[in-house]
Write a protein that binds this ligand. Structure first.
Ligand SMILES: Cc1ncc(COP(=O)(O)O)c(C=O)c1O
Length: 449
């Protein structure tokens, strides 16, 4: 019991310390992490009974509840239906599935469903080295779990994007059932329109993984995958989209071809890959969706502006930011080559000592086995933007980063300034302070009881 007690105390202390460390003392620049508003946090704490419940069953072709195999679903069915209808409204589509517990789960169900519908086990996707996610790859979920044969698109390192002409040839030759676009290192919109025709020609479905950029899409920037020709959009709900950790799939039911794929994807969600779908996140998805409907454009535009401002500033101060001839980025991210300053490992670790948190990252031209010390770092601006950083604050933050990157000051010294800077940004903007405030805001549209 003594060992148990020691471990328990350590667990509680670390949990408390973590909240203070990352939320209060650090500046977060991890590109895959979101920031929830107080209203989203409040509804998550409020849903503790829902957190214990199940609702296994089938959905209809609007993504709404069709059949459930548990009792006690009186309100759960309303919650599920409202969440799915809110998401469809926000992303302007007529089908969605919100039962996915993560972006990886969304990819699993989508890839599995489409490969069942097409009876084709080939998927064409951007190479891992170009920033694709491990779940797309032969070495990850797609290859090792689903047994898909993975064929890579051609990536143009200079353009930092998929080479359209060469990739058309690859798709035509491979005749896959799925073409997947979207990435984890994602600076510029992918060529959906340009690859749509050949994808259709070979009878494949076009999947767009919006895990990173869902919040930008909700805000009407970066790109609009469904309008550009994607058949399915898969995503996380907790990166630039500032909701609870979870996933979703979007699509447009416009013909019998989509109907058979949607049915197969839904089957891949339940019964094939989910039992408990973490229901308690659904009200929070609704609150985050409302915030994006109201403030999403402003938030997305400022996020991209902040990323571009940092790109320009770091570049002008002698750091090699990728994509300088294209304005550095059109998303929330920057990719920076820091070989000259000791490499990705040294820079990320020293910034961490200064309480600036980001990740080392392989760049497209790196030896892809060199995960330990890649050339790059990836910087994401969605968190600081939501905390209220504007261009001048971003430049100030960049100065602190430059002090560390260029060995001008010891990280421990810079840390004091980082903590001071963070103190000035202790609110979350572009969202609601409480659920009550969100409801009050809606009073002008409908009668709120
Ligand atoms: C492009 C892409 N797809 C999928 C995922 C997986 O998302 P999740 O962490 O929600 O499983 C990620 C994670 O960062 C990603 O970058």
């Amino acid at each position: 019991m003594e060992e148990f007690a020691r471990l328990f105390i350590e667990l509680i202390e670390a949990s408390r310390s973590h909240e203070h460390y990352r939320d209060v003392e650090c500046i977060n620049l991890i590109a895959s992490e979101g920031l929830k508003s107080p209203a989203v946090r409040e509804i998550m704490q409020f849903c503790m009974d829902l957190e214990s419940r199940y609702s296994e069953g089938e959905n209809d072709l609007q993504g709404r509840v069709k059949a459930r195999y548990y009792q006690g679903q009186k309100y759960i069915t309303i919650i599920e239906n409202c969440a799915v209808d809110i998401v469809k409204n926000l992303f302007n589509c007529n089908w969605a599935d919100v039962r996915l517990v993560s972006g990886t789960h969304a990819n699993l169900s989508t890839f599995k469903g489409i490969s069942m519908a097409t009876r084709n086990r080939k998927m064409v996707v951007a190479p891992l080295s170009s920033g694709a996610h491990i779940s797309h790859d032969y070495t990850g979920l797609a290859g090792q779990v689903l047994g898909l044969e993975i064929i890579n698109l051609i990536y143009d390192v200079n353009e930092l994007n998929i080479d359209v002409e060469k990739s058309i040839h690859i798709i035509r030759a491979a005749r896959p059932g799925i073409v997947t676009l979207g990435a984890s290192l994602f600076l510029f919109p992918h060529p959906i329109r340009e690859l749509k025709e050949v994808t259709e020609e070979v009878g494949a479905y076009l999947v767009y993984d919006a895990a990173h950029v869902l919040g930008l899409i909700a805000g009407g920037v970066f790109q609009d995958p469904l309008r550009e020709g994607a058949d399915f959009v898969t995503a996380s709900t907790h990166k630039t989209f500032p909701g609870p950790q979870g996933g979703l799939i979007l699509g447009e039911l416009k013909n019998s071809r989509m109907e058979s794929a949607i049915k197969a994807v839904q089957h891949a969600v339940f019964p094939l890959s989910a039992s408990n779908v973490h229901l308690a996140r659904l009200p929070a998805v609704g609150v985050a969706s409302l915030e994006m409907k109201l403030f999403g454009r402003e938030l997305a535009e400022q996020t991209v502006r902040n990323a571009q401002t940092a790109g320009q500033y770091l570049y002008e101060h002698g750091v090699k930011v990728l994509g300088e001839d294209k304005g550095f980025t059109r998303s929330h991210q920057l990719a920076v080559d820091v070989r000259e300053w000791g490499g990705g490992k040294r820079v990320a670790e020293d910034l961490e000592k200064a309480n600036i948190i980001l990740n080392r990252n392989l760049l497209p031209y790196d030896n892809q086995n060199n995960r330990e010390n890649p050339s790059g770092i990836r910087i994401g601006f969605q968190d600081v933007t939501r905390r209220g950083f504007r261009e001048s604050d971003i430049k100030h933050l960049c100065d602190l980063m430059l002090d560390v990157i260029k060995y001008k000051r010891k990280p421990e010294e810079v840390k004091k300034d980082v903590i001071e800077l963070k103190k000035q940004f202790n609110k979350v903007e572009y969202g609601f302070k409480s659920v009550e405030e969100a409801l009050k805001h809606l009073q002008k549209y409908v009668k709120v009881c």
